[in-house]
Design a protein around this ligand. Sequence first.
Ligand code: C5P
Length: 401
Amino acid sequence: MEEMKKTVLIGVTGCIAAYKSCELVRALQKKGYRVKVVMTENATHFVDPTTFRALTNEPVAVNLFAGAADPIYHISLAQEADLFIIAPCTANVAAKVACGLADDLLTTTALATEAPLVIAPAMNVHMYQNAITQQNLKTLAARGITIVEADEGYLACGEVGKGRMPEPAQLAEIVDDILSAPKDLAGKKVMITAGPTIEPIDPVRYISNPSSGKQGYALAQAAQTRGAEVVLVSGPVSLDAPAGIKVVPVKTACQMMEACSESFPECDIAIFTAAVSDMRPSIVADAKLKKGVNDKELSSISLVENPDILKTCGHAKKPGQIVIGFAAETNDVIENAQKKLATKGAQAIVANDVSEGKGFGADENDAFFVTQDEVKPFGPLSKRQLADAILDEALILASTL
Ligand code: C5P
């Protein structure tokens, strides 16, 4: 029996690059996708819906209330799409989607769909570089939406700079990558710890570290894309929770331990990226400690050891469970990771060098995947690429159990 074609919905907005969307239709059809088009009213000034109607052999959607046969058109479109790509996406539509505004068919569909969303912004260079636009694109990316950076070059307004819609063939490639991503973690439960912990000294002071949580969040996102059910136990970070992932927010190591104790027994793979404080103040003052009054308490804070979450879970693991730890080191990176394997009860340690501004907060990671049998160098890779590489290795480890 012939396999059902996947449906790609293209959202076309009011930008001169709308003519390139015609080519995008063709490029996606060549890859075997059924293509439908939804346009904003403004986009129809650049390309007539009849063109897309002819190219796709499908009705072209513009108006929320036009389809009398289907009064909830935005919902049916949203459900039909296996992927929704807005290309070109104007600054206005990017801003609306970032805020959850839904005042026409295209933006309503963007809000209603559960399919992966890809946005290819195209606009004048100054509009693109405007801090407001950049912030909106960041917000969208943090919500798990794929943002395809605009290309540099000659712009319709006569200026030269960043703002061109990437070539349709490149966009079709990105769509294809997402839709053909392996669902090799389907049916698996993955628990990930991320971010720092904070250990209060008094109501206004705490001990912590600069972990951004980016690596843990990238792992959570990658695992979800690959079909896993993900629990993300997260210390305080400034990242938005990826849509569809269960996030358990915690502050202290003890809270993180409690959350992990609850989720760990049920999970197939547990990855501990969090930078957990090893120690916490033995006494937390009820009121702010004051200079001149509490000098003794302020000048020497007595500490007690925090639970080692990885070690506790590592030694409690049942046959079939995969436990992977991280080791952020400034020296003897591999040796330290090898030592940690046994002490923590982990099957693998991802070791990375955090000296000289690497690792923490950065977007790239240079790491080694250290197991009993080998040391695999990974990198430099983006945190997302490293996430996929770690998940590949976790599946290999699982297959050898
Ligand atoms: O012992 P160290 O802190 O260097 O080990 C790092 C690894 O152990 C990381 O995977 C980290 O998430 C985990 N860890 C933990 N609980 C602690 C300390 C570290 O889970 N209290």
